[in-house]
Design a protein around this ligand. Structure first.
Ligand code: SF4
Length: 382
């Protein structure tokens, strides 16, 4: 697939969720300075991407829905002025349910947003409260319906499973309820208890207990079952969509296409160099006319090979090792083939022609399968 993507990191949140380890800040008073800096960053970086056709724009965060529709429209105008964005580009906007109103949704559509991704996360108030989400279950359902009424035909929702106290039956009910809403796409993430988050600390102190492995495994099986019954394809480890409604933006990442990331903590990749803006909104807005604070690295052939293995194997298309032949040394390909053949024998991988992909059981061990196929990165200077 050709094309490139634009990712915008809107780093502000009104309230911090207890599980979250994305880069975000509650300093909303920096929003005007952030918007000015973002505009400057767009103008500054666009010349490096001359000749590139962009097929997707993604507003992520943080919480993009802390922006007004006018601010979103302003950003899109500036992007169009500086980058070559195709006419039918997918423009995704992540939103918190309680920021959405009919008027706001309509204004976003007029501004050019054509895909809305709503952070539902759970449909039970005690779970939402435990996670410190701003909305309640009612607001989540209402937001999805409002988006459909406002004319969106490409609606995605995020859910989380593996939450302490969420039973397998409750999870299945939640899936049924969410998929009865007018949605075309679901991202379902397994909760992780990261260090530095409130949940991470609560686990250390024994205030909450992560669910047993059997529960998480069963929740994953129910996830596959219910989405399949509702006609959604499991096309990436955490993503399910109706035919024609897969996230075009995320597909670019998974297929190794280039992307430019703007805003604090956003990552970019041009096929050779990976660049990341620093996770520091204050440093970002104070950069003035200088380049925004960032670092970059030239990817070694090992890094590129490992990236390709990681991203391909997490999708339903899997990996065709023969297609890598011109690009990577045969020793790397042979090593991956040997590992995949081993997992084929255990039933964690299946093979169709030259293509290997994870089975349902394989998804549950994806980290092990993937790391087995990877090559060791060369030490710096080596
Ligand atoms: S999950 Fe989203 S809304 Fe919650 S703190 Fe993280 S970035 Fe903000």
């Amino acid at each position: 697939m050709r094309g490139a993507g634009i990712y915008l990191h809107i780093p502000f949140c009104r309230k911090i969720c207890h599980y979250c380890d994305f880069y975000k800040s509650r300093r909303l008073e920096w929003k005007p300075a952030f918007l000015l800096t973002l505009e400057r960053e767009i103008a500054h970086r666009a010349p490096d991407w001359e000749g590139t056709e962009f097929t997707t724009v993604y507003f992520g965060g943080g919480t993009p829905s802390v922006l007004s529709a006018k601010e979103v429209a302003g950003i899109l105008v500036v992007l169009q002025r500086h980058f070559s964005i195709v006419r039918n580009a997918e423009v995704t906007f992540e939103a918190n349910p309680d920021d959405l109103s009919s008027g706001f949704l309509r204004d976003l559509r007029r501004a050019g947003v054509n895909r809305i991704s709503i952070g539902v996360q759970a449909l039970r108030n005690p779970l939402l409260r435990m996670m410190n989400r701003r909305h309640d279950a009612k607001a989540a359902g209402r937001a999805v319906k409002m988006a459909a009424e406002a004319g969106y035909t490409n609606i995605s929702v995020d859910l989380i499973y593996g939450i302490p106290n969420l039973t397998v039956e409750e999870w299945e009910e939640e899936l049924e309820e969410v998929l009865a809403l007018p949605v075309q796409h679901l991202s379902a993430y397994l909760l992780t208890f990261e260090k530095g988050t409130v949940f991470g600390r609560w686990v250390e102190r024994g205030k909450i207990v992560p669910p047993a492995e059997e529960i998480v495994v069963e929740q994953f099986h129910r996830l596959r079952k219910v989405t399949n019954e509702k006609g959604l394809l499991h096309y990436e480890i955490s993503n399910f969509g109706k035919e024609g409604f897969f996230s075009r933006h995320n597909l670019l990442y998974w297929r190794g296409n280039p992307y430019v990331g703007l805003g604090p903590s956003a990552h970019s990749y041009n096929g050779k160099v990976r660049r990341w803006n620093l996770s520091d909104v204050q440093g970002y807005v104070k950069s003035g006319p200088r380049e925004v604070p960032h670092e970059e690295e030239i990817l070694s052939i090992e890094d590129r090979f490992n990236d390709r293995i990681l991203t391909s194997l997490r999708t339903m298309w899997g990996i065709d090792l023969q297609q890598l032949a011109g690009e990577f040394p045969s020793s790397m390909i042979k090593g991956a083939e040997k590992a995949l053949e081993k997992w084929l024998r255990t039933g964690h991988v299946e093979r169709e022609g030259e293509r290997y992909r994870l089975t349902e059981e394989g998804y549950l061990l994806s980290d092990r399968v993937i790391s087995d196929c990877m090559v060791l990165s060369r030490p710096e200077g080596g």
